[in-house]
Design a protein around this ligand. Structure first.
Ligand code: ZN
Ligand code: ZN
Length: 232
């Protein structure tokens, strides 16, 4: 038994985040491409050219960064170093996702065979997203490698970095997934704390147990049956 690096809950064996925080991270990675699309539609011209307007002007050095500039930075190219000095919260999405993928890939043991047929395990040199180095491609990569990333001590930092991205996006798109409290109690801890957030599995906010909608429907039906008065 280990404990979650982000809260007092227990994390599954060999992992650094509890089910609740791992589920949250999974949900954010699934939400990111959708939020990025919203941002693109809202702030970038249809031709793909950056919207002009508030980008011009002669603001003072202390003037707040215009919304479209923040959108451009998030969606644009750039570099980001997860090991660098404090993240100033200005890094582009693909740069953050790509840098973290590189970081995780470095810990992922790749097996190669030398000319004598002996297998050698060595770190991967680079992460290759199968769907290209786009926001969607990187999110798919991260979702696929999440079970491995959760076993690394960097998992809580990854959680923080993705949280930062998703909250910057939500602030600009003014879109937060709906949150719905479920009627049946948690099948694991029996507390009425199951919550469904758009695009994510249903999660118990008490013990962190997760279940998909089908599993929830079966569970809720069983609960209803158990509480039905017996008929003759
Ligand atoms: Zn936790
Ligand atoms: Zn529970």
């Amino acid at each position: 038994m280990s404990s979650c690096a982000a809260c007092p809950r227990t994390a599954p064996d060999g992992q650094h985040l509890c089910q609740l925080h791992a589920g949250e991270l999974r949900g954010w990675l699934a939400e990111l491409p959708y939020q990025a699309r919203l941002l693109q539609e809202e702030f970038l011209a249809p031709a793909g050219r950056p919207a002009q307007g508030r980008l011009g002007g002669t603001g003072s050095a202390t003037a707040p960064i215009p919304v479209d500039l923040r959108a451009l930075v998030l969606l644009g190219p750039g570099r980001y170093d997860p090991d660098g000095p404090d993240d100033d919260g200005q890094a582009p999405i693909t740069a953050v996702l790509g840098a973290w993928a590189g970081h995780i890939a470095y810990h992922y043991p790749a097996t190669t065979r030398d000319p004598h047929g002996t297998a050698h395990a060595q770190p991967c040199e680079q992460a290759w997203p199968r769907h290209g180095e786009t926001i969607t491609g990187w999110c798919a990569w991260h979702l696929a490698y999440l079970p491995f990333a959760l076993t690394l001590p960097l998992a809580p930092d990854l959680h923080r970095a993705i949280s930062n991205l998703i909250h910057r996006l939500r602030t600009l798109t003014h879109t937060t997934p709906r949150r719905q409290t479920m009627a049946a109690p948690c099948p694991e801890c029996d507390v009425f704390a199951l919550v469904r957030i758009d695009g994510q599995d249903i999660t118990c906010t008490d013990c962190g147990h997760t279940l998909d909608l089908d599993a929830y429907d079966r569970h809720a039906a069983a609960v209803r049956r158990a509480h039905q008065p017996a008929t003759t």
